[in-house]
Design a binder for this molecule. Structure first.
Ligand SMILES: Cc1cc2nc3c(=O)[nH]c(=O)nc-3n(C[C@H](O)[C@H](O)[C@H](O)COP(=O)(O)O)c2cc1C
Length: 318
């Protein structure tokens, strides 16, 4: 191994390939350079998850996702003690939690490779990632990793549109836009291509004198933007998933018929909740906003750490 070369490990998991394509776009400026080596490793569960998802199989993974029950994983194929100067953890969100293969990796023996390493999380999801990232932060800290940045890409279109286009894509595999009002599902091509700016900043940070990464290197680059409207709704939804998830796990494994029947009850409950509590929540939030603005702004800033939502450095790396 060439001691002078900076080594970057990219850990990724994608079902449709979108997340891996976005990660490749981000890492493109690092590839093919003499002074940097990029190593790619897929976080693979021993039993793959289906895609497209049958409706019940989709709903049936929420208890384990939320309670972070690690699935059995295939080995990463990285030797223990291999030197890496930076790790990119590219992950997607399932039910406001890290997707099960990410939990599987973070709770496996392989996660020991993270000890003492600077980590950049790279999230590609619909748009609700706040709680998942808090959970990943805890698992990274437990593994002894240093989270230095977080980059987030979310699905294109208004949240009301992605509320239709993302599930349609996940349940049928159809990604196209339709009816003239719904955009294609997933992240826009512009956002995927634009991820290269983060790669350019990573090259700069790795190749400058010393190249030790202790603090954010992607601040001021529009890496994340927290929608303050999601802070309370994610908390509420996660609470509901957590309580119902505990009940469903107690009823039996994913194959249990009783659990499937109860899951159907929960699906109906969830639809009623979405149709009633969500609009009510919007009204309550609008009324409370002047009273809680300061606290909410502080919470938004905390959730945007370590990269922040500033954009002042974008031009230099566009
Ligand atoms: C079971 C399941 C649950 C999901 N839950 C969420 C979620 O809570 N929040 C979110 O923003 N996206 C959610 N998504 C969307 C994923 O984060 C991701 O965008 C999508 O699965 C496509 O990823 P891929 O193209 O890399 O395979 C979920 C997807 C799946 C399959």
């Amino acid at each position: 191994m060439n001691r002078d070369k900076k080594r970057v490990l990219v850990l990724h998991y994608s079902q449709t390939g979108q997340l891996t394509r976005a990660a490749r776009s981000m890492m493109a400026p690092l590839e093919g350079r003499g002074d940097i080596e990029v190593v790619w490793a897929e976080m693979r569960p021993a039993t793959p998850y289906p895609f497209p998802w049958p409706f019940f199989a989709f709903l049936n993974v929420f208890p384990e996702s939320v309670h972070m029950d690690a699935p059995r994983m295939r080995p990463l194929g990285i030797l223990p003690g291999e030197r890496f100067d930076l790790v990119i953890l590219a992950y997607q969100v399932w039910f406001l939690s890290p997707a099960l293969p990410i939990t599987g990796f973070l709770k496996s023996e392989d996660a020991r490779l993270l000890a003492g390493k600077p980590v950049i999380t790279f999230i590609v999801c619909r748009n609700m990632w706040l709680t998942a990232q808090e959970k990943v932060k805890r698992l990274l800290a437990a593994a002894g990793a240093r989270l230095i940045d977080n980059v987030v890409l979310v699905d294109q279109g208004h949240p009301l549109a992605t509320f239709v286009t993302t599930p349609r894509w996940l349940w049928t595999g159809r990604k196209n836009g339709f009816w003239g009002v719904f955009p294609p599902a997933g992240v826009s091509e512009a956002d995927i291509n634009g991820a290269a700016r983060f790669g350019r900043a990573i090259v700069d940070a790795l190749t400058r004198a010393g190249g030790r990464l202790d603090a954010s290197i992607l601040h001021g680059m529009g890496a994340v933007r927290v929608n303050s409207g999601y802070v309370a709704s994610e908390r509420l939804a996660h609470r509901s998933f957590y309580v119902w998830g505990r009940l469903l796990r107690a009823i039996g494994p994913q194959e249990s018929w009783l659990r499937k029947a109860m899951l159907l009850v929960y699906a109906v409950f969830l639809i009623v909740m979405i149709l009633t509590l969500v609009p009510l929540g919007i009204v309550i939030r609008a009324c409370l906003k002047p009273l809680i603005k300061k606290r909410l702004d502080a919470e938004v800033r905390r959730l945007e750490e370590p990269s922040g939502s500033g954009t002042e450095r974008i031009e230099g790396y566009a």
